[in-house]
Design a binder for this molecule. Structure first.
Ligand code: ADP
Ligand code: F6P
Length: 320
């Protein structure tokens, strides 16, 4: 029976990470385990920035964005020496299992540590929803709602000025945030890396729409495409509709998590500890058809997440 586990958050933070940490800590305690918080992801595991947690350590965090454990990127953890130091630290403290809350990169690290005999279970925490083995990642819903609220504000001023507003949303190389936010804020066009696009066609479409009386326009661009400024400039040149670009940026990563993020994070945190309790490691927790499931880390990393082309086409059909 596993008696001592650690928990860390790694990579980019995401709203709901705190709810996951809370669930891990409380589940472990209710199962009679000792649980340790590891600060700043793998950095803390290497340097030993580790502290014992009790039920009160996670009071008043379920509704807070960010992560109380802090997060970091740790290049040293990608090296043999870094991994050996982390393993030695786990052995010194008697940590038999670690819950790693993060993205793909963090799971690669978790797989490496699992291969050295420390049981690791990953929980998908990233606003991008770009982890293939799961339909949902913690933070996605909050980030999209934040992006939608900001897009609504931009639309107000775009309407007053008869302008076109080009809004860049996050998502590193994935257009999942963009397509959903685009639909929710009534964009006439959503530009993502996954689908072809043509600025000439978008400009033509705007001019057609102008003839029907439409005077302001929202275009959502995924971060992977970039160039929001350039797209706005080009559309202005081609249509003579005054255009402005706004890059929403890191505001999308903060804020109080939505109900969905809090609930999914709680479920995943609870499930991860159940796996460790049974001595199961090298797994990633995921959600499939609304059920919490788990996968071998290597298998999970080899999967490809499809882009929802149907949703994208639907957006095009109603965005005019
Ligand atoms: P995310 O987990 O959000 O994808 P990163 O890709 O930045 O974020 O990864 C977070 C951390 O995970 C890295 O700083 C590093 O410590 C560790 N990591 C990433 N890739 C690997 C890898 N290939 N092998 C071992 N550790 C890795
Ligand atoms: O992976 C989450 C994310 O917010 C991406 O959408 C974005 O590309 C990246 O992290 C930004 O990373 P950083 O906080 O290091 O600038």
């Amino acid at each position: 029976m596993i008696k001592k586990i650690g928990v860390l958050t790694s990579g980019g933070d995401a709203p709901g990470m705190n709810a996951a940490v809370r669930a891990v800590v409380r589940t472990a305690i209710s199962k009679g385990m000792e649980v340790y918080g590891i600060r700043r992801g793998y950095v803390g595991l290497i340097t030993g920035d580790i502290f014992q947690m009790d039920a009160r350590s996670v009071s008043d965090i379920i509704h807070r964005g960010g992560t109380m454990l802090y997060t970091a990127r740790c290049p040293e953890f990608r090296t043999e020496e870094g991994l050996d130091k982390a393993k030695a630290k786990c052995e010194e403290l008697g940590l038999e299992g670690i819950v790693v809350i993060g993205g793909d990169g963090s799971f690669r690290g978790a797989a490496d540590l699992s291969a050295r005999g420390i049981l690791c279970v990953g929980i998908p925490g990233t606003i991008d929803n770009d982890i293939a083995c799961t339909e949902y990642t913690i933070g996605y819903d909050t980030a999209m709602n934040t992006a939608m609220e900001l897009a609504d504000k931009l639309r107000d001023t775009s309407q007053s000025h008869d302008r076109c507003t080009v809004i860049e949303v996050m998502g590193r190389n994935a257009g999942h945030i963009a397509v959903n936010t685009g639909i929710a804020c009534g964009a006439i066009e959503i530009i993502t890396k996954e689908m072809p696009y043509d600025l000439d066609n978008i400009a033509k479409k705007m001019l057609e729409m102008k003839k029907t009386g439409k005077q302001n326009f929202v275009v959502v661009v995924a971060e992977g495409i970039g160039h929001a400024e350039e797209i706005a400039r080009t559309l202005q040149e081609k249509t003579h509709v005054e255009s402005r670009a706004t890059v929403l940026g890191h505001v999308q990563r903060g804020g109080s998590p939505t109900l969905r993020d809090r609930v999914v994070a709680s479920e995943m945190g609870h499930y991860a500890v159940e796996l460790l309790e049974q001595g199961i490691g090298n797994r990633v927790v995921g959600m499939q058809q609304n059920k919490i499931v788990d996968f071998d880390i290597q298998e999970a990393l080899a999967m490809k997440k499809p882009y929802d082309e149907r949703l994208h086409h639907m957006a095009e059909e109603i965005g005019f």
